[in-house]
Design a protein around this ligand. Structure first.
Ligand code: SF4
Length: 518
């Protein structure tokens, strides 16, 4: 069986980082870990080809070669997934899809003509699909309510990737999260009991990446890396030795809940293993909203103190913020900007609250009749809320655009990096020094030219850089990398502004029309 694996295109998002990737000669931030895991679970006598459409289109030769086309997608990749289903069907191919989007909204790919829906977790549903294919069946829907034991998940087929196109590799240690945030689809898809791989299993994956020649960053894609603290410590203790023995070939980053700050041993182990950044789901500094959305773990102690502790130990925070919670008071955007500035969080993702299909929030809003019809499949950081909020949507949208604009004002961004890096703990890992590559030197020259000479950020750029070299010299290179991100954010805030303002105009004109009709 010849299986063509296709990964659909992501629209421009906060994480596209095109401008930054261009600088380092890479095309995409992360590889399709789900699809290469699928390839490892399917029979190994099958032949595989993988096309990440974020890198290049599928060639006619590849279409012709395939017996079956398998795709996986998140909600934001929906448009390209549906178009690729059509392309495959036009060529008479059998098409199977899976992943978070088809699992949450299976009727949409089904209506687009897909033959097989491989839903929920592949460790259980992929063998059902293989059995159907072996019996010569031409369609099927495979589902399970069971959560598989991930200690049996094989090493992903990293060999199928075009390594040079990616800025970072990804691996997964755990699935699921013990918390109960109302808007979160992770707990719906993967459950509230975190399931982890064994440390040896994850090290085997890293061994494979190492053997294949990978020597850059590795993102632990776990939605909450510290969901099972006991097991993650066991992993980190083994990883610390692995990294020391191999002289720190990988630098890690991940996502974790803010209660990371309560566990000094865990943070220290992460730094020892060469973790240098962590994404924290802060959502909002408004305690009422955190209570209402059941993000109780963020209300137990001071959020500002928690982030400060994480920075001082040596983990640069990235944070996710959300606006538009029920009962939210005017000025939420402003409070988010002030919080990020006060604590010194350089990179913040920011979105209007969305009700993802099947989440607790979705069910509550459905009961209250507040979901906006037909808006379930179009959800990303540049779309208006897909439900009717408790305060005027135009107030939320305007605060959102204004706050995003201010967060990524090039001066404000440089100030936040500076604030963070002055107190950022020095890395404990000591990889051997190596000469910078030509690509690195070129990237450095471009950053210095754009921000230190061409733009009006020049004085700030040099002042902050020299001050960091003087007060916290161990982090100046890391600081410059963050400065490079300024280019991307300047462009992305324009996209957010234009897209939200356009949708708001449409929304308000429809509102007017419905008033006139009434
Ligand atoms: S902490 Fe993160 S992953 Fe866990 S339930 Fe909340 S939003 Fe979801």
């Amino acid at each position: 069986m010849r299986a063509l694996l296709i990964y659909p295109i992501f629209p421009p998002t906060f994480w596209s980082y095109d401008k930054i990737l261009e600088l380092v000669n890479r095309k995409v931030l992360l590889p399709p870990l789900g699809l290469i895991t699928v390839a490892s679970i399917l029979p190994q006598e099958w032949e595989f080809k993988l096309v990440d459409r974020n890198i290049r289109p599928v060639s006619e030769a590849e279409w012709a070669w395939a017996d079956v086309v398998i795709m996986s997608a998140m909600i934001v990749q929906k448009d390209d997934l549906l178009s690729q289903i059509k392309e495959a069907k036009k060529r008479g191919k059998l098409v199977a899809v899976g992943g978070p989007y088809p699992t949450s909204v299976p009727h949409e790919p089904q209506e687009a003509g897909v033959d097989f829906l491989i839903l929920d977790e592949g460790e259980i549903t992929l063998p059902m699909f293989v059995e159907a294919i072996e019996k010569g069946e031409k369609s099927g829907i495979f589902r399970t309510t069971e959560k598989p034991d991930v200690t049996i998940t094989p090493v992903p087929r990293f060999d199928l990737l075009e390594f040079d196109a990616y800025d970072s590799m990804s691996v997964q240690f755990s699935r699921g999260c013990p918390f109960q945030c109302e808007f979160c689809d992770i707990i719906v898809l993967y459950g509230r009991k975190p399931r982890t791989k064994t440390p040896q299993q994850l090290l085997k994956e890293l061994d494979y990446l190492y053997e294949l020649g990978w020597r850059r960053s590795v993102f632990m894609v776990d939605d909450n890396f510290i969901g099972n603290k006991r097991n993650v410590k066991l992993l980190l203790k083994a990883l610390k030795i692995w990294q020391q023995e191999k002289q720190y070939p990988f630098r890690f980053n991940t996502e974790a809940s803010v209660d990371l700050a309560d566990d000094d041993e865990l943070m220290q182990l992460m730094v020892d293993c060469y973790f240098d950044a962590v994404f924290l789901g802060i959502e909002t500094p408004d305690e009422d909203s955190l209570q209402l959305t059941k993000k109780f773990q963020n209300t137990r102690s001071s959020l500002a103190d928690a982030v400060d502790k994480i920075i001082r130990i040596g983990l640069r925070p990235m944070a996710g913020f959300i606006i538009g919670f029920d009962g939210e008071k005017k000025g939420a955007g402003d409070r988010i900007v002030r919080f990020a500035e006060q604590v010194g969080i350089p990179t913040t993702t920011f979105a209007m609250l969305q009700a993802l299909p099947n989440t607790a929030l979705w069910h509550r809003l459905e009961k209250e009749g507040r979901l906006r019809e037909g808006k379930d499949g179009n959800i990303n950081q540049t779309t208006l809320m897909n439900f009717v909020p408790t305060r005027p949507v135009e107030d939320i949208a305007n605060e959102y655009v204004d706050a995003f604009w201010r967060l990524y004002d090039p001066h404000a961004y440089l100030d936040r990096i500076y604030h963070c890096f002055l107190k950022l703990g020095a890395p404990k890992a000591q990889p051997p020094a190596k000469l910078p590559s030509l690509v690195d030197l070129k990237a450095l020259a471009i950053v210095v030219w754009r921000q230190g000479i061409k733009r009006d950020t020049r004085w700030k750029f040099w002042h902050h850089l020299f001050s960091i070299i003087k007060h916290n010299p161990a982090v100046w290179e890391h600081y410059l990398t963050l400065c490079a991100h300024n280019e991307h954010f300047m462009e992305y805030r324009e996209i957010v502004k234009v897209q939200i303002e356009t949708q708001l105009k449409e929304y308000l004109s429809q509102d007017q029309k419905s008033l006139i009709t009434c």
